[in-house]
Design a protein around this ligand. Structure first.
Ligand code: CS2
Length: 535
């Protein structure tokens, strides 16, 4: 492989022809592309799925409507709602960036740590033709949403971007950004503010309704987005809310691809493969699943030609993915941060942890899932564990551990609720929940401190301090840990009614006691799974 100097030429449209043959690049007429999709939240996740699938559809020419005078209508305008860094990286490259899909060929990851079998497929993505930074020019974003060519506004802003109460799913009208946005039609801050004020301009200009499509890891993400948009719009103008309700579409979707944060090492590796410098490539796994409800108000590209699956109801797919992929991810992340396992593949190389995750999925999660005819569940589970073992990704457990208050309800607590309703045991789920609470103490087993990155960090810290006083006063015995657990699971914005269920509190407190007195290794071995998993 050619080595690239730090001052290597930058990825740019005029250099596409010089890329090595193995690198896929746009084959459509990029100059004729115009914006039809506005995407809020131009992070790595969106660049590795929506943009990648859209790019493949453009390359295939499949179903892309061509207007001879006006060009191809499904280019993407990517909007960053806070930071300038993505725009700063992509604008000098005219929006081009590389997507590197990586896997390691060896099967188990057990002790391998091997980069030897690395396989990498790189595509240069061209469909992001405009990048905006919302705080720099809020009106440009509103104008884009209201533009006659815009037909879809899609959203990946993470769970906390919806300004909702995670346990009830209702818009938090006290959220400072929502309070601000209700009073600032031309300079909103939140996703919901941008969407509603943009739609208000659209309606005022007599332009048609559009599709608002959430791609975030939330159950019923389209319904949630619709609920937030309508709740905000009702505060402003009931007629606007009625127009949105009657004419805009909010399809639900499930997207699954693991996309770790890009590192400098990734930048260097991609530069070596391209022979050009890309300031912000995206790295992900080859696996991709996108299931989306086929309810679009103003047309859509033929994404089915490039891997999306259109369905009438995405709910069973969302439940499957959130409870398995994300539920396991969160369980793994909290235990791993405590134990000092920095990456997902490193964690998966711990036999006790792997056995626990396999049993959590098989015994406690799978029985709660809705029927998905045609899906081979045994294969799905095996494949999921293999995805986590991918040694080429180096997915940081600390990254997954962020924002637990926003993630736990749909990833773990809904599953707990379903099991308790059927009077089924929850010991393995309880360990995952206890691991989050234990993690909130901000210090790992080697005594290293870390910050809690969570929109509810202040409230959680206060609860934790209160809970710790119970333990100080009574030592860390089982009874004290029960008070500790009750205090923390009393945060209703996260736990809803579960904190009042003695079965839940008891199971979590037992797991928390094991973690506190015996550490992660002890708590895993208390689950008694290893012999079972090895036979
Ligand atoms: C992860 C997800 O960071 C996280 O919380 O669980 O981003 C996960 O990698 C994706 O949902 C996989 O599709």
């Amino acid at each position: 492989m050619e080595l690239v100097a730090a001052d290597a030429a930058r990825l740019a449209p005029e250099r596409l022809a010089s890329l090595p043959d193995a690198v896929t690049r746009p084959t459509y007429d990029r100059a004729a592309l115009r914006v039809g999709i506005v995407h809020l939240g131009l992070g790595a996740f969106a660049r590795a799925h929506l943009a990648a699938v859209n790019e493949a559809a453009l390359n295939a020419g499949a179903g892309v409507d061509v207007d001879v005078d006006r060009g191809l209508g499904w280019g993407l305008c990517g909007v960053s709602l806070r930071q300038t860094d993505t725009r700063d990286a992509l604008a000098p490259q005219a929006g081009l960036y590389a997507l590197a899909l990586r896997s390691a060929s060896q099967g188990t990851g057990l002790g391998a740590g091997a980069r030897g079998g690395l396989q990498q497929q790189i595509a240069v993505i061209g469909c992001v033709i405009e990048t905006l930074v919302a705080p720099e020019d809020p009106e440009a974003v509103l104008t884009r949403i209201a533009h006659a060519d815009t037909r879809i506004v899609s959203v990946t802003v993470t769970e906390k971007g919806y300004c909702h109460d995670p346990a009830t799913g209702r818009l938090n009208l006290q959220h400072p950004d929502i309070v601000h946005d209700l009073a600032h039609p031309l300079a909103p801050r939140s996703t919901i503010g941008y969407l509603v004020w943009g739609l208000q301009q659209r309606r005022a200009a007599g332009r048609g309704a559009i599709t608002l499509m959430s791609l975030d890891n939330l159950p019923g993400n389209g319904h949630l987005l619709r609920g937030m948009v309508l709740a905000f719009a009702r505060q402003l103008d009931p007629a606007l809310a009625a127009w949105i309700d009657a004419s805009c579409a909010f399809p639900c979707s499930m997207v699954d691809r693991i996309v770790p944060r890009t590192t400098d090492e990734d930048r260097r590796a991609v530069a070596r493969a391209l022979g050009l410098h890309d300031a912000w490539p995206v790295v992900g796994e080859p696996y991709l699943e996108w299931v989306v409800e086929d309810r679009f108000a103003a047309g859509r590209p033929d994404w089915a030609a490039s891997g999306a699956r259109f369905v009438s109801d995405a709910a069973p797919f969302e439940t499957l993915k959130l409870r398995t992929v994300n539920g396991l991810h969160s369980a793994l992340a909290y235990l791993s941060v405590m134990a000092g396992w920095a990456t997902v593949d490193e964690a998966m190389a711990q036999p006790a942890l792997k056995a626990y995750l396999a049993a959590l999925m098989q015994d406690e999660i799978m029985p709660t899932l809705p029927a998905l005819p045609g899906l081979d569940l045994a294969h799905y589970q095996q494949r999921l564990l293999q995805r986590f073992e991918n040694t080429a990704l180096k997915h940081q457990t600390r990254q997954i551990a962020m924002d637990g208050s926003q993630k736990l309800p749909q990833r773990l607590l809904d599953t707990v609720g379903a099991r308790l309703a059927a009077d089924l045991p929850i010991d393995k789920l309880a360990l995952a929940v206890a691991a989050w609470l234990h993690f909130l103490r901000g210090v790992d087993e080697a005594g290293r401190r870390y910050d809690i990155q969570d929109p509810m960090a202040a409230e959680l810290a206060q609860r934790l301090a209160e809970a710790e006083r119970a333990v100080d006063a009574r030592s860390a015995g089982p009874a004290a840990m029960q008070v500790w657990t009750e205090t923390l699971t009393g945060v209703t914005a996260v736990f809803g009614d579960l904190g009042g269920d003695p079965r839940f509190v008891l199971a979590v407190s037992q797991a928390a006691h094991a973690l506190r007195t015996r550490g992660v290794a002890g708590a895993l071995s208390a689950q008694g799974l290893l012999t079972q998993a090895c036979t």
